[in-house]
Design a protein around this ligand. Structure first.
Ligand SMILES: Cc1cc2nc3c(=O)[nH]c(=O)nc-3n(C[C@H](O)[C@H](O)[C@H](O)COP(=O)(O)O)c2cc1C
Length: 183
């Protein structure tokens, strides 16, 4: 089993980073191969919507940047941990750019590339009301459905300051357990 962790926050050692790392630590301890990617370290250009005449024909994206490698990492992984802080009730810009580029394989002819993959959403946000994450949850849920992937589980935690999630032992344990249960 291979688990790929995506961190969509620009903050290294921030809450998303810490939680995704903890999920991967649990996954590794239970025998999975793990890898983590910081989207902010990569060059991922916004989708240019040229799919109708290129990527829908080939299932490849015409834009050549760091997404080329990341496509392969996605295809090789059975479990994809989607980590993003809630920014304005949705994902971060880095994360949205990354997900928009999935359009290259969303054509019915190529959709099999994501079929059956398990998505785990990790999303910290500052507000105390968990509904702040609802639009993001819905985005991931509908996207998983469209791609015939599985929205396996989510960890939505209220936390604001950088790294403060370490003090929330319940959330840290939950993250580790989610990882451990990846099989
Ligand atoms: C641009 C921006 C927008 C944000 N929007 C929201 C929001 O809509 N709702 C919320 O609860 N928190 C919001 N936050 C707070 C972050 O989600 C929160 O601090 C989170 O823990 C950051 O995770 P990180 O440490 O991984 O970067 C926002 C933060 C930033 C920088």
């Amino acid at each position: 089993m291979k688990a790929l962790g995506i961190v969509g926050s620009p903050r290294k050692n921030g809450n998303t980073d810490i939680l995704v790392s903890e999920v991967l630590r649990g996954a590794k301890d239970s025998g999975s191969k793990v890898e983590m990617v910081f989207l902010n370290d990569l060059e991922i250009k916004p989708c240019q919507a040229i799919c109708s005449d290129y990527c829908k024909r080939t299932s490849n994206c015409k834009i050549k940047d760091d997404m080329t490698d990341l496509y392969n990492k996605l295809f090789e992984s059975e479990v994809i941990i989607l980590g993003t802080p809630v920014y304005w009730y949705g994902p971060s810009a880095q994360f949205k750019a990354f997900m928009d580029r999935w359009y290259a394989f969303s054509h019915p002819k190529y959709i099999l590339k994501m079929r059956g993959k398990k998505f785990i959403l990790i999303a910290p946000f500052e507000e105390s009301d968990t509904s702040a994450a609802n639009p993001l949850v819905e985005m991931v849920d509908k996207s998983a459905n469209y791609l015939d992937a599985k929205f396996h589980s989510s960890l939505l935690v209220s936390v604001g300051e950088k790294g403060a999630i370490k003090q929330n032992l319940e959330a840290m344990n939950r993250a580790y357990k989610i990882g451990q249960e990846i099989k």
